[in-house]
Design a protein around this ligand. Structure first.
Ligand SMILES: NC(=O)C1=CN([C@@H]2O[C@H](COP(=O)(O)OP(=O)(O)OC[C@H]3O[C@@H](n4cnc5c(N)ncnc54)[C@H](O)[C@@H]3O)[C@@H](O)[C@H]2O)C=CC1
Ligand SMILES: NCC(=O)COP(=O)(O)O
Length: 332
């Protein structure tokens, strides 16, 4: 369905931690007409951090003199939290179809008294949902192939991963992924590769027992429950990324439609190695679209004008694409 300008997807962008590169990558992105031609954009921020932009701005006044660019603190954490909250409130009220969040620093939120593992949990909490997932989507500029990686667990210490994982959680994440592949990407008979937890997927229990104790049995039952999906695994975590690596850099092969990684770095090291600057973090399961770049606040380069905006641009484009898909049933 073609959109008239007034029916283009309405996206709101909270500009993230003003001490980081958020404002810079937002401004660089919206200066690019290719990025803004297919959506309507409004910003949530403070005018002082967004000079010379004509895009609509919900201006939340803060004292820019209290911000040290390159050094996040409680004040920048407070501001970035309230920008996000404002974006969610307005989206839940129906003013926007989707939110594209610029990066925040979780440690600065904590200093400001907001103890959340990330923006995902604030979005889910305010939307009143407990079924949600963190999916990274990246299209290869070399081959056009799309890498989709869902994390079963996200921002928890590594030592807590084995106890956080259980059959109910795995089923919840798999169902979210199946719903998202069908609803947002039009893939109704997907192939999904699922990683083991331990080296060599436990080597028959010699290098870890989670696979033998329950993961293999869970996968067998999931195959019965979801016959439309081809569930591949448990794949040893190190070899899981060979096929997507080939598809990303060379094309061809037989990559899966999506990859289910069991913990943060198992999924994000390969994603960032292949697709830093390209990958988009999207929260699935929300009643609205939410995307974000895959990078963080990059305090080390903030204020230098050298931040690359490609991941932020990809986040805006994907948000617009997903909004269109939801409203029309077509995916470009
Ligand atoms: N979407 C979000 O809100 C995210 C927030 N974070 C937060 O960001 C903070 C910093 O995290 P780090 O692990 O240091 O990751 P980071 O992504 O901020 O930085 C990692 C490295 O990549 C470089 N880099 C990042 N983005 C870049 C860009 N657009 N252009 C050029 N170079 C870039 C940085 O200079 C740094 O050397 C943490 O507090 C973390 O929680 C991290 C990832 C995502
Ligand atoms: N590693 C991804 C990340 O830190 C982004 O998390 P969130 O703030 O989107 O929850």
């Amino acid at each position: 369905m073609a959109h008239s300008p007034s029916s283009l997807p309405r996206l709101v962008i909270p500009i993230g931690d003003p001490a980081g590169i958020g404002p810079e990558v937002v401004l660089k992105s919206i200066e690019d007409p290719v990025i803004t031609r297919d959506c309507q954009i409004a910003l949530i921020g403070t005018r002082a951090f967004l000079p010379n932009t004509d895009f609509p701005l919900f201006d939340i006044p803060y004292n820019p003199e209290k911000i040290t660019v390159g050094k996040g603190d409680a004040y920048s954490g407070e501001i970035s939290f309230l920008y996000l909250q404002e974006a969610i409130k307005r989206t839940l009220a129906g003013e926007f179809d989707g939110i594209v969040t610029a990066p925040i620093a979780k440690s600065c939120w904590k200093q400001a008294g907001y103890d959340f593992p990330g923006q995902t949990e604030v979005l889910a909490g305010m939307a009143g949902i407990d079924r949600y997932g963190m999916l990274f989507v990246a299209r290869s500029p070399r081959t056009g192939w799309t890498l989709r990686t869902l994390l079963a667990t996200t921002h928890i210490p590594l030592k807590d991963v084995p106890t956080a994982l259980n059959p109910e959680l795995m089923t919840r994440k798999l169902e979210l992924l199946l719903d998202c592949l069908a609803g947002d990407f039009g893939i109704t008979n997907p192939s999904i590769a699922i990683a083991g937890l331990n080296p060599h997927s436990g080597e028959a229990g010699q290098l870890g027992t989670e696979e033998k104790d329950w993961l293999n049995a869970w996968l067998d039952s999931a195959r019965q429950k979801y016959p439309n999906a081809r569930l591949i695994g448990l794949i040893p975590p190190d070899t899981m990324w060979l096929e997507p690596g080939r598809a990303w850099f060379e094309g061809g092969g037989n990559p899966a439609d999506a990859y289910l990684a069991l913990y943060h770095d198992q999924g994000l090291i390969p994603v960032k190695l292949m697709a830093f600057d390209r990958a988009v973090n999207t929260t699935i399961g929300l009643p609205f679209i939410r995307t974000s770049p895959d990078h963080g606040t990059a305090f080390d380069i903030a204020g230098k004008g050298i931040a690359r905006a490609d991941s932020m641009k990809a986040a805006i484009q994907l948000a617009a694409e997903l909004c269109r898909q939801r409203s029309s049933g077509d995916l470009d």
